[in-house]
Write a protein that binds this ligand. Structure first.
Ligand code: COA
Length: 374
């Protein structure tokens, strides 16, 4: 079996930022409009009055301060409350592929590769723009890659699950150099009118180049010591949007056709599973949690990451488990990859880290890496 490395990572940030103050101002304007429009029904007890959101709640409950989005105006318009994307003709690069190509180009630059060096493209994300053709095939064509491409979705664990597929492809020889790209347009699956979750998500694209150690030339290489995946079914994070909807004659705008969760249950149930998963994975590699210098964790909630790290190390240490949630919010599968991308440059050869995602499914994926001497 070949030694496999991550030889480059990439990040694309959409141009607009929404602060919590801006978000809450528009949400509360929407609430005022709704309550005014339904004043009579509310007074008669037929419709529930909506409640105001607050910046204090969002920051205390989640740790999120701002988020990047592709379209700010549509999200903040209290009469719309969702991004506005212009439809594109089939001949034009699709929006999701455009993000994917931007993230991919950044990763290719970091790895010292061109599109022609890539012979496997995995588009791994929590949502796909269309049923087919696969987004990966469009991205493959746009960057001039060879080989094959396919899409995969394991919600917030799509990126780590994709890395395992890439590592196995390179190990087995079915590909030499694989691009795993995570265009996460979460602003389109979020119900911006729901006070319980309107602050949660942001848009981004990350990308990772996985290749055989003997073909990697970049100075920044991370040997993959091991990958491990785990899933167990739960309805506590769910989105029923899908191709059967029109045959069910259900309302495409109904609440169950966008992201929903039982946030408190998710918090309680996922933390112990994620911590135990990491601990077991490390133990099987002969490592103790204290022998790992950095934890690049999924970014959904600051309190969750603090608890996972306390279970592993005894104490919360933000240097050991960098937080990007404040600037990015939850970016689905891209969160742990952003943390890795932005917070590894200071690490020395031989130092180790764990990239770990957790989310809907439930799903947990871990990738243990070690910095290679330049
Ligand atoms: N502004 C003000 N108050 C709000 C509010 C808002 N935007 N949203 C909810 N509240 C209120 C609720 O109505 C509730 O009031 P009550 O106590 O009077 O009933 C109270 O705040 C607590 O709500 P709750 O939903 O229990 O908050 P929480 O502390 O669990 O925080 C999350 C909510 C979503 C931030 C948190 O549960 C979380 O992040 N969970 C993990 C989710 C996760 O990892 N998901 C993965 C997605 S991929």
């Amino acid at each position: 079996m070949k030694d496999v490395v991550i030889s480059g990572t990439g990040l694309y940030n959409p141009p607009h930022i929404i602060t919590n103050a801006e978000l809450v101002e528009s949400f509360n304007a929407y609430v005022a409009l709704h309550n005014e429009r339904h004043a009579e029904a509310i007074a008669a007890g037929h419709v529930e009055a909506l409640q105001l959101s607050s910046v204090e709640f969002i920051e205390k409950a989640s740790g999120i301060q701002r988020r990047h989005v592709i379209d700010k105006a549509g999200v903040l318009d209290p009469t719309r409350m969702r991004p506005r994307f212009a439809p594109r003709p089939d001949e034009q690069l699709s929006l999701m592929a455009e993000l994917g190509v931007a993230g991919a180009r950044d990763a290719l630059r970091a790895a010292g590769k061109t599109g022609a060096d890539i012979d496997g493209v995995l588009c791994a994300a929590a949502n796909m723009q269309r049923a087919y053709p696969a987004m990966a095939c469009e991205i493959q064509a746009a960057i001039g890659a060879k080989g094959y491409g396919f899409d995969m979705n394991v919600a917030c664990s799509s990126a780590t699950f994709g890395i395992e597929q890439a590592v196995n492809a390179v190990k087995s020889g079915s590909a030499r150099c694989v691009l795993v790209v995570n265009p996460e347009i979460t602003s389109a699956h979020l119900e911006w009118r729901d006070r319980d979750c309107h602050f949660i998500f942001g848009d981004v694209c990350t990308a990772v180049i996985v290749e055989a150690a003997d073909t990697a030339t970049s100075a920044d290489r991370w040997r993959v010591l091991g990958t491990r995946l785990h899933t167990q079914f739960s309805n506590h994070i769910r989105n029923n949007a899908g191709f059967l909807n029109r045959c069910e004659d259900t309302d495409p705008d109904a609440r169950d056709k966008t992201f929903r969760q039982e946030g408190r249950k998710v918090f309680k149930e996922v933390v112990p599973v994620a911590a135990a998963h990491i601990e077991r994975h490390l133990a099987d590699l002969g490592l103790k949690p204290a022998e790992v210098q950095r934890y690049w964790l999924h970014q959904a909630n600051l309190g969750m990451n603090q608890l996972v790290v306390k279970k592993l190390l005894g104490d919360w240490d933000s240097r050991r488990a960098p937080v990007i949630l404040d600037d990015y919010a939850n970016t689905a599968s891209a969160g742990s990859i952003i943390a890795f991308h932005l917070h590894h440059a200071d690490m020395a050869a031989g130092e180790r880290g764990v990239i770990c995602s957790f989310g809907a499914g439930y799903s947990v994926g871990s990738v243990v890496v070690e910095k290679v001497a330049a």
